[in-house]
Design a protein around this ligand. Structure first.
Ligand code: SF4
Length: 280
């Protein structure tokens, strides 16, 4: 069976179960598109580590924003809201890092009109992928003046960890995933919030799971994960869908996250949808 047919079947049969186990289920709790976008950026940047730990952290973070994440960010007040996030922690990141991010997004929205327009200001639609735009997005957000929050000399250590850049070679999984969530059409999984970035230019969010599966399925020759491997895997996925190469990211990543693929032959392989194509 063709890989495209297999992955479509996986999405159809297991998509709902995968979604319940995915950080994308948090933005999907909101009806308002502005809340979905704000929750998406916060949830995507914190989507690292074990699933249970991510879910616990996102519950904690969003509980601190009872007015909704969009309003929380748009009205972010340095004096009041840094305190509201105090004590938050997710592995390498603290409430101060999230305060810095919320403030940077608030400033970006005030400058450009919306977060999408801020992103588009750094984008050239003639570029084949979103790499340069993503680098500009991260570096412009990181340049935000944080002195109203922390004074003139201090920047929280983990702020930069939330906003990596392809220009440094990072695969930028979390930001590529955020873009997948907001730029792909609403198919019951992704959110379809931004219209200005063609899904054809998105790059596969490459993490441990998608890197491993990409090697096992022969989508990449490279062995070391990073931006170049993400581009190589995306190029291979264009053969499945040239207009929407990352539509299969969700299925591929959950073969690891939800189905337990470790990359080695084991009991989990018996039920694996792609075992006929796997090189393990
Ligand atoms: S067959 Fe086994 S090793 Fe290969 S992708 Fe499936 S679960 Fe992973």
């Amino acid at each position: 069976m063709k890989l495209k047919v297999i992955l479509d079947k996986v999405l159809q049969e297991r998509g709902a179960a995968f979604l319940a186990n995915d950080p994308l289920s948090f933005p999907r709790r909101y009806r308002d598109p502005a809340d979905r976008e704000a929750a998406a950026v916060l949830c995507a940047v914190l989507a690292y580590g074990r699933v249970a730990s991510i879910q616990q952290s996102l519950e904690d973070l969003l509980r601190r924003m009872p007015e909704g994440p969009a309003l929380f960010i748009r009205r972010f007040d340095p004096r009041r809201d840094v305190r509201r996030l105090a004590g938050f922690r997710h592995r390498f990141n603290t409430g101060e890092d999230i305060s810095a991010l919320c403030w940077a997004i608030r400033c970006a929205i005030e400058t450009a009109g919306s977060l999408e327009d801020f992103f588009l200001q750094g984008d050239d639609p003639g570029e084949p992928d979103i790499g340069l735009a993503l680098s500009a997005f991260s570096s412009r957000l990181l340049q935000t003046d944080l002195s109203p929050l922390f004074g003139p000399r201090r920047r929280p250590d983990g702020f930069a960890y939330l906003l990596p850049s392809p220009s440094g070679g990072s695969a930028c999984k979390r930001l590529c995933m955020f873009l997948r969530w907001v730029c792909r059409p609403d198919d019951g999984i992704d959110l379809g919030l931004w219209q200005g970035v063609s899904p054809a230019r998105l790059v596969l969010p490459l993490d441990t799971h998608t890197a491993r599966i990409s090697v096992l399925l022969g989508l990449v020759q490279r062995k070391s994960p990073g931006w170049k491997m993400a581009l190589e895997a995306t190029e291979s996925l264009r053969r499945l869908d040239p207009k929407d190469p990352v539509r299969y990211d969700f299925a591929l990543s959950h073969l690891g996250i939800s189905e337990g693929c470790t990359g080695k032959k084991g009991a989990w392989c018996k039920e694996c949808a792609v075992r006929g194509r796997c090189r393990s």
